[in-house]
Design a protein around this ligand. Structure first.
Ligand code: SAM
Length: 267
């Protein structure tokens, strides 16, 4: 298990919980039956279960799926084992073998921007008959305040990394949520997207600090590197003095299958 990833997921869970669409979570909970099984794709530290379970009747059984066996062992201790099974599976290849159709609902959090166009096509085809809630898909690059002369070249590098292959083929990155929305709409599903942007400031010290470190490390080792060190030093100084703000744009997506009558009205 990657300890850095765990620390990152723990830090982002606080911002995700604050930013996620409660409206879409409630609408998802309204259509998921008590007898349905909820399948959480890329469940990681099981943050999505922690967020969503209180919206549900808390009777549903969950299946958390992830390819990281160490992460799953760690998560085992954090869930009620009578209701939550954890499956080790590489979703790049395994999506078609997951149970689907009536009796299942699908969810994911901080996962969709990792996957490719072909994967989304397979996922939409496989899961279109079920309620789907996909939270916290990144739809843009970090917007720092105050601005810095290196923000734009750094943004381009981060985007290159985001759209690289994360195990599913070239990632759709910031376009993944809208692409999935279009595919599910093509199947006649009722799809709703809501903005769930992170708006971070000094209260998110750990998360901001990890973002600065990560960007400095990544940009410094990419082809044609930028000297991100001076950028990072200034950002840490601004963070230390409570002057740093960051917006990271995200979307939550809810899809209801054609078989469910329209019972949810959104603003
Ligand atoms: C950014 S984390 C999100 C974790 C969790 N859903 C959350 O909200 O904190 C992405 C998760 O997807 C998992 N993942 C990445 N590639 C995967 C693959 N090919 N098959 C299964 N899980 C994968 C990672 O192990 C990680 O736990």
């Amino acid at each position: 298990m990657n300890e850095t990833l765990v620390r990152w997921l723990e830090a982002r869970e606080i911002a995700d919980t604050r930013s996620r669409s409660r409206e879409l979570a409630k609408a998802f909970a309204m259509v998921v039956k008590t007898t349905d099984q909820v399948i959480d794709l890329g469940c990681g530290t099981i943050a999505n279960f922690r967020y969503l379970d209180p919206f549900l009747s808390m009777n549903q059984n969950w299946i958390g799926v992830d390819h990281d066996s160490g992460m799953l062992r760690r998560s085992e201790a954090l869930v009620p084992r009578t209701r939550v099974q954890l499956w080790e599976m590489d979703l790049a290849f395994g999506i078609g073998s997951l149970p689907h159709g009536q009796g299942y609902a699908f969810t994911a959090s901080a996962f969709l921007d990792l996957v490719s166009l072909e994967w989304i096509n397979r996922f939409a085809d496989h899961c279109k008959e079920s309620p789907i809630l996909i939270a916290m898909s990144s739809v843009g690059q970090p917007e720092w305040s105050p601005t810095h002369a290196l923000d734009e070249p750094i943004r381009k590098k981060v985007e290159l990394h985001q759209t690289s292959d994360h195990g599913f083929g070239p990632s759709l990155g910031a376009n993944a949520a809208s692409y999935l929305a279009d595919r599910l709409s093509d199947y006649g599903c009722q799809v709703n997207l809501q903005e769930t942007h992170w708006e971070l400031d000094s209260q998110d010290h750990a998360l901001l600090s990890m973002m600065i470190d990560g960007i400095e490390r990544r940009v410094g080792t990419m082809h044609d590197p930028i000297d991100a060190q001076s950028w990072a030093i200034q950002r840490r100084d601004q963070l230390h003095h409570g002057e740093l703000r960051l917006v990271v744009r995200h979307l939550d997506l809810l899809s209801l299958p054609r078989s469910i009558p329209v019972l949810v009205e959104f603003d």
